[in-house]
Structures are given as C-alpha cells and as structure tokens.
Design a protein around this ligand. Structure first.
Ligand SMILES: Nc1ncnc2c1ncn2[C@@H]1O[C@H](COP(=O)(O)OP(=O)(O)OP(=O)(O)O)[C@@H](O)[C@H]1O
Length: 507
C-alpha cells in the first residue's frame, strides 16, 4: 500500500463537556478526493481545524508522508503544504484581486498577476487579476480563494462546503478544477452535505457520527440512501405531499416595487410584484447577488421605503412600506434571515436569550423583566422539537455547529405561529435528515394555512416546497410559475436571464 499523504490516529478533541472528535482514524491517500460526511454537529469542522492547525488535538497523532507532525498554527500547516478554502471568504471588497493576493504573498503585482493567469489557465480558474473584488460573482470570489491557496503549492487542499455558495452552473466547473488538481497530484478533503455531489466527485469517503468514525467507503459504490443511513443511523423520512389548497386571503403583496439603494454595490430592484396567500408557499429562485438581500431587507422592514412611496408593500392587507421590522412582526410576520450569525442570532448570548430576541411577545416577559423560567422553557421546546444538538438552553449560540444554529433559528420563528413566514435559505448548511425535517414542517404549516415565502438558491428544494416559483434576476422578478407544471430548465433560463420558455404562468 502507498504511504498515505496524511494519517490521523486516535485523534480526540473536546470543548468542555462536548467531545467533538473521539478517537478518529483517517488516512488520506495521495491523489485522492476524499469526502467527510456527517450530520450537523458530527465533528467535521473540528476535524478540519485540527488538520489545518487552527486547533490542536487533546489526544492522538498526525503524520504527513509517514512522518509524525504536530501543527501549532495554520501558518505551519501552510508551510507543510496544507491549504484551506473557507466557506466565508476573507477578501477585501475595495481592493483588486491581485492586491488581495499581495496581502498574503510576497511579490510584485505584475508577477503575481501573471502567476494567477497561468494557474487560471491550468486549472480552469479564470479571473481577471485587475478586477475589483466587489465586481465579482460568488463563483469568481471562490476561484480567487482557491488560487490564493494554490499559490502556496499545497499537497492537500481542504474545502468546507464549497458548493453551498455556488449557483448550479458553477458547481460542475469547480468539480472540473478539483479533478484537474487531483490529476496533478493534489489531494482534496471535501466536506459537503450533498450526497449526489459526493458520489460524482469523490473516490473515498469517511463518515462521522457524534464525533466518531462510523465508516470508510467508496461513495461511488453506495447510493445516496445508503450513505444517508450511515450518516444518520436510520432511514430518511419521506417528503410530506402538499394538500390541495383553497384560495386563501392575501398575506403579502408587492406591487411594482422599485428600489434604488444608496450603496453603490447593492442591486437596484425594478417593478417587483408578487402575491402570497394563506396556505401557499411561494419560492423565489435565483443566483445570489441578483437582489435577494435587498428584497429581503425591504420585506423584513430592515429597509423602509421613502415617505412618499405608498401602496407598494402590503402585509395582512396593511400598507407596511414605512413600518419598521418590529411593527411588521406585530402584524404576524416572522423572518429567518440568511445571515444566521449576523442578523439571526447573537453568538455571545445563550440560546435562552436568543430565543427572547424575537419570541418575547409570547409572554416571556413579566412587567418588562425577563421571565427566566418561561424563556428557558421556550428554548428547551425549540431544542427538542427541532432536534438542535446542544448541551442545553444555556449554551452560547456561537458554540453550536452551523447547521444546529440554523435549526434553532428556524424553530424559534415557526414557534411564533406567524400568519406570514419568510425564510431565506431554510436549509443552508443543514444536513439532509434535518433539512427534510425542516421542509416537512414548512409543508405542514402551509397545509394548516400559513403563508410562506422562501428564498433559496437550491432549485430542488424550491421544487419540493413551493406552489409557485418566481425568479429574481438583475433586480427584476419573473411572473409566477406553477411549480408542478414547470421544468427546472425553465427556471434555469430565467435564472441566467435568457428568453423565457413555455412555463405555465399562474393565473
Ligand atoms: N468553539 C466551540 N466551543 C464549544 N463547542 C464547540 C465549539 N466548536 C464546535 N463545538 C461543538 O462540537 C461539536 C462538533 O461541531 P462541528 O462544528 O465540528 O460539527 P460539524 O460536523 O462541522 O457540523 P455542521 O455540519 O453543522 O457544520 C458540536 O456539538 C459543536 O457544538
């Protein structure tokens, strides 16, 4: 057998009482694309942090090409030849691409730009080195991050959920890049929740459950159901079919909404119209950066319309364009923002206090003071009902794994029993078992009469959930399409702004 590039033996890491990794054995072969699979909180990110030197193991050992290795920092990992592309990019908006590279690499601008171009040609990573960061799409930004790693000539590249930020067209291109890198001798560790992607890309997979390895497999030899079973330890639940719906009352209406943002990097919206009724789910499809955040802020009340703009945004029949977020919530509106650590939760606060942020109207306050036992009970209910893996309501939001925090925030907003629920990226970073549970919950609420607006980049998710789909492209919204009479390619054409086909319009 060839010596593995990287080997871990008996590696453990705890955070207080939580054993995030327990006795992990892992071999990464040279020239392989190796997936790390596991539910939210299974310990994937912790393991990658140990391999990249961000954290050090409590027990166990690492070896590199057969020699023992201890990593005190990411800088040391990089010197050894380990690179990591993070989910959240760390690039400066106001600088050009090559200036961003120059921050971490010595060298003259012209030389660095030339090296970038040549790496770009070799690995299908074309980006203009002189372009300003803010003008680039998410896919291009990710390419810059990858190039930045490749400039240090790594032997192992770690990618943490790289496809969750990409539109479908860019995923296949990224895979081509990764295959080329593998063929030129780079090994790749690939974290993803998308089992079909793993089956098409990876030649090995290690499965984690509750911090322990439960299997090493060749993912091409198992179907997605089998992989899911290994991950969650049981079969996947089946989707809930939507019930036929009578036409309910209008809960949200946008009428010819125009919006010109002050921020030059934001996307203006033009003549956006939509109607959402009780008992319906409306999905907004589109590649991020086409006005999603601007539209979300106008609906949530984070952005208000000017004093003279009337009759553009209605909630529960009221003109709410000038109302703030709190006033809209009082009308029965609830909102799960895309940015869960920035807007959805305060990382330093406990789950109990994070529950209070939006759930205080549920009588969790008494004479202006927090009713501690009720607030705690609310957080406990949310943790139980939404399968949030955490030691309890006193845990800080920031200590939860990404997917578990998302489950908590979605649960908190649903428990408000709103008339109108707006969810941005409902299952972003959530593992497949939990994603299915969240979708089932949304369909059940729709069947019970809730009006639900969903923004998602995942077409499959929108097809599973929505009664109607509208596509946001360059700040304009397509007409509503009846989901069951529309094909994904049709939506795809609207997504890239090419002429619409024959998708059946909703009457
Ligand atoms: N800094 C920390 N402090 C306390 N607990 C932590 C910390 N980082 C991770 N944990 C805990 O360790 C466990 C493993 O978390 P980790 O982020 O590695 O999971 P994951 O598999 O990457 O999950 P996800 O798919 O949701 O990103 C979780 O229970 C998490 O709450």
């Amino acid at each position: 057998m060839t010596t593995p590039l990287l080997s871990l033996r008996g590696v453990s890491k705890s955070y207080g009482q939580i054993k995030a990794n327990r006795g992990i054995d892992l071999d990464v072969a040279p020239r392989s694309i190796h997936a790390i699979l596991g539910e939210n909180g299974a310990g994937k990110s912790t393991l990658m942090k140990l391999i990249y030197g961000v954290e050090q193991p409590d027990e166990g050992s690492l070896s590199w090409n057969g020699e023992a290795m201890a990593l005190a920092s990411p800088a040391e990992a990089r010197r050894r030849g380990i690179g990591m592309v993070f989910q959240h990019f760390s690039l400066f908006e106001t600088l050009t691409v090559v200036e961003n590279i120059q921050l971490v690499m010595p060298g003259k601008k012209a030389e660095l730009a030339e090296r970038m171009r040549s790496l770009g040609r070799d690995f299908w990573l074309e980006v203009d080195p002189l372009a300003h960061m803010h003008a680039l799409s998410v896919g291009e930004r990710q390419r810059v991050e990858i190039i930045r790693c490749l400039m240090t000539d790594p032997k192992l590249l770690i990618l943490d959920e790289p496809t969750s930020v990409l539109p479908p067209q860019a995923v296949e291109k990224l895979f081509e890049t990764l295959r080329r890198l593998r063929d030129r001798g780079v090994s790749i560790l690939f974290i993803s929740h998308k089992l079909e992607e793993i089956r098409s890309l990876c030649d090995r997979a290690t499965i984690l459950r509750a911090g322990q390895v439960t299997g090493h497999v060749d993912p091409r030899e198992h179907d997605a159901h089998e992989l899911a079973r290994m991950m969650i330890g049981r079969d996947m639940p089946q989707p809930t079919p939507p019930a036929p719906n009578a036409m309910g009352e209008k809960r949200l209406e946008l009428i010819g909404l125009d919006y010109m943002p002050d921020d030059p990097f934001a996307v203006p919206l033009s003549k956006v119209s939509l109607t959402l009724r009780a008992g319906e789910i409306l999905g907004i499809a589109g590649i991020s950066g086409n006005g999603q955040s601007e539209l979300a802020a106008l609906i949530s009340g984070e952005t208000r319309l000017g004093q003279h703009e009337h009759d553009r945004i209605f909630m529960m029949g009221r003109d709410v364009g000038q109302m703030g977020a709190a006033a809209r919530r009082r009308l029965g509106f609830a909102f799960v923002p895309e940015d869960r650590l920035g807007r959805g939760a305060v990382p330093e606060m406990s789950l109990t206090l994070n529950g209070l942020l939006t759930a205080h109207p549920l009588k969790l306050l008494r004479r202006g003071l927090v009713d501690r036992s009720k607030a705690k009970a609310f957080a406990e209910d949310c943790i139980r009902d939404y399968d949030v893996r955490t030691p309890g309501p006193d845990a800080e939001a920031g200590s939860l794994s990404g997917g578990n925090l998302q489950k908590f925030i979605v649960g908190r907003e649903i428990m408000l029993a709103p008339g109108l629920l707006f969810v941005a990226q409902p299952t972003w970073g959530v593992d497949i078992g939990a994603a299915m549970a969240i979708r089932q919950r949304l369909v059940k609420l729709r069947n019970e009469g809730m009006a639900i607006l969903v923004i998602s980049e995942e077409l499959e998710e929108l097809f599973e959930l929505s009664d109607f789909i509208q596509v946001l492209h360059h700040g304009t919204l397509s007409p509503p399409l009846v989901t069951r009479d529309t094909k994904p390619e049709e939506i795809g054409r609207y997504m890239i702004g090419s002429a619409p086909g024959s998708g059946k319009l909703a009457s």
